[in-house]
Design a protein around this ligand. Structure first.
Ligand code: F6R
Length: 606
């Protein structure tokens, strides 16, 4: 996710202020940080891997001279946390410095072109390419604003950027596409930051940049332009009523709700995987004789859904396995032909690492899907893919789950293509479904919230909740159950709907709420039977199904309508109402949804 800051002060040095701003953005990323200022016609940079205060203790970030500067606190996506990969990044001449939040999708291509022109790079980041491209444009005689706009017309992906140049030491150039960027107008101070929390102690006057805009910030004015044609945009400021904490939560009452809402963007970022690494992982998966998808908790549910996706799309049998059960269950058959794709948001879950260590000693190939570069999982994996969700602060996994599913879908699709298992037409249709996914996610969050809020009111005193799904929706039922249970503390059970007749049906009595996950797929006609069986015994059926599925809507005591979607993508969309239900049940029952009792974000005990 990363946090960026740009600042100009009328008097004194800017670095101590940028440092304070960055501290308030550390929740957006904290694996490296840095500040650059302009002083006596030169750019000065101090940056390193580590936490902001540690870097300051070592390098005296606050001691940088100069009245204009930019700063960054990082959550690594391209290149591990290191001094070289920390922002700000410089161009080849050392006169342009850039900080960036987002992902430049086509940076490899751009880097290749720049290498041919003789540029050399110091980092593995996508950001450095932006600094060098601006330099290239300026060589052609463009000013810094025009050069930035011209550069961004070549760039694909998401960004918020703050840029300084020694030739114009009175201004910070800003730009935004998909990643947030807000200008703050103070008396004797001008700011730009990823969120207003950074500058709220100095000013409550804010101007929001929109996608596709570039801006010039000076001590006494700001000017906004369209990147496309540099036509100017008039936008006046708004007065924020937020506290710093509210701003960090983007106005949401809890991080969990903010993170549920963020999913349209995080799913989009999860589709921006680096193809080089994706293809390496795919190549190694393809070579395995026994392939396992291994994870714990929510990440295990992603593995379970992933196993259906790999099987259906790429005809790969990938066995989902709970990390803590792996050694006992499969340990004796692990060998050089075994490939394990470990899915772990933190990359530090001890059950996962233990299983991998065991497998590694037996020469198995270890692959990873994680959200944290530099985590143990990234260090022990032969190849890994980053899901790009940014830090997740709510203890319960929400946005990181839907990103894991998106990344697994992406991997399965690449493998299917490599194996020649999907036709051109299927491939095109799936690509289109994937590109529509972020807007569908947005729609589901918004449309289901009021319905689910009402359900939470009705069920706040429930003693037991049951979740049923078939096929890939069994994974959704398990994840729905886990989310609701861990945030509401209501005992919950999840079963494959087909198994419900083999035991769970005995607990059904008049009014027992049963959630059915019922997308329109080949299991639908069977789940209709399961709904009828449960209803005949008095169950209250709460069915998540397509909005025009009249038959299931007719059977439902309460229905949660969903947009039509490819069944393989249904866990991404159908999990969202259960995340919201978990959140609102927690509120109804007086629980803190961000910090459920007895749970830790990263479980490092066996
Ligand atoms: C549930 C949850 C946990 C984690 C589990 C694995 O909401 O967050 O079940 O999914 O502890 O964590 P990672 O993915 O970091 O290995």
């Amino acid at each position: 996710m990363c946090g960026i800051v740009g600042c100009i002060v009328a008097k004194g040095n800017v670095a101590p202020i940028i440092f304070e701003c960055l501290k308030r953005l550390e929740y957006r990323g904290y694996d490296s940080a840095g500040i650059a200022t302009i002083h006596e016609g030169r750019i000065l940079v101090r940056k390193d891997a580590g936490k902001l205060s540690e870097i300051d203790a070592k390098l005296d970030l606050k001691g940088l001279p100069g009245s204009i500067g930019i700063g960054h606190t990082r959550w690594a996506t391209h290149g591990a946390p290191s001094q070289a990969n920390a922002h700000p990044h410089l161009d080849g001449s050392g006169t342009i410095a850039v900080v960036h939040n987002g992902i430049i999708e086509n940076f490899m291509e751009l880097k290749r072109e720049l290498l041919e022109l003789g540029h050399t790079f110091r980092s593995k980041t996508d950001t450095e390419v932006v600094a060098h491209l601006i330099q290239e444009m300026m060589k052609k005689g463009m000013d810094i604003l025009t050069a930035t706009a011209e550069t961004l017309r070549k760039v694909k992906g998401s960004y918020s950027l703050a840029i300084i140049h020694t030739g114009t030491p009175d201004r910070v150039i800003l730009a935004r596409n998909e990643s947030p960027l807000i200008i703050g107008i103070g008396e004797g101070f001008m700011f730009a930051a990823s969120d207003a929390a950074a500058f709220l102690p100095y000013t409550d006057k804010a101007v929001y940049l929109e996608n596709g805009e570039v801006a010039v910030l000076k001590i006494d004015e700001y000017k906004i332009f369209k990147i496309d044609d540099l036509r100017s945009v008039n936008r006046s400021h708004v007065v924020l009523k937020w506290t710093v904490e509210e701003a960090q939560k983007a106005g949401f009452p809890h991080y969990t709700l903010k993170e549920i809402y963020e999913q349209a963007q995080t799913v989009r970022e999860a589709l921006r995987l680096q193809l080089t690494y994706v293809d390496l992982v795919v190549e190694l998966l393809d070579r395995g004789r026994d392939v396992f998808l291994l994870g714990a908790g929510t990440s295990y549910h992603a593995c379970l859904a992933g196993s259906y996706i790999f099987s259906k799309l790429a005809r790969l049998s990938a066995y989902p396995v709970i990390a803590s059960e792996f050694v006992e269950n499969y340990g004796s058959s692990i060998g050089v032909d075994t490939v394990i794709l470990a899915v772990s948001q933190s990359g530090e879950t001890i059950d996962v690492l233990n299983a991998l260590e065991y497998a590694r000693l037996r020469a198995a190939t270890i692959l990873g899907l994680t959200n944290v570069v530099g985590s143990t999982l990234t260090r022990i994996s032969r190849a890994y893919v980053l899901q790009n969700s940014g830090p997740e602060i709510g203890v319960a996994a929400t946005k990181t789950f839907t990103s894991q599913l998106t990344a697994l879908m992406f991997l399965a699709l690449r493998l299917a293509r490599k194996r020649g298992k999907v036709s051109q037409a299927e491939m095109d249709a799936l690509q289109e479904d994937l590109s529509n996914l972020p807007s569908l996610v947005n729609k589901v969050v918004k449309d289901s919230e009021p319905i689910v809020k009402e359900i939470a009111k009705q069920l706040s005193n429930a003693e037991l909740l049951l979740f049923l799904g078939r096929g890939i929706s069994y994974a959704t039922a398990l994840e729905g159950r886990l989310k609701v249970m861990e945030l509401s503390y209501i005992p919950c059970i999840a079963y494959p709907a087909g198994e419900s007749k083999h035991g769970p049906i005995s607990i059904i009595e008049e009014g027992q709420p049963v959630f059915f996950v019922a997308p329109r797929d080949e299991t639908r006609r069977y789940i209709i039977g399961n709904v009828m069986e449960m209803k005949a015994r008095g169950a209250r059926a709460i069915i998540t199904c397509e909005r025009d599925d009249d038959e299931l809507q007719g059977l439902a005591d309460i229905s949660i309508p969903m947009p039509p979607t490819n069944p393989l993508l249904s866990p991404i969309l159908y999990t969202i109402p259960y995340q919201l239900l978990a959140y609102y049940l927690a509120l109804e029952r007086g629980n803190d949804p961000d910090k459920p009792r007895n749970l830790a974000k990263s479980v490092t005990v066996l």
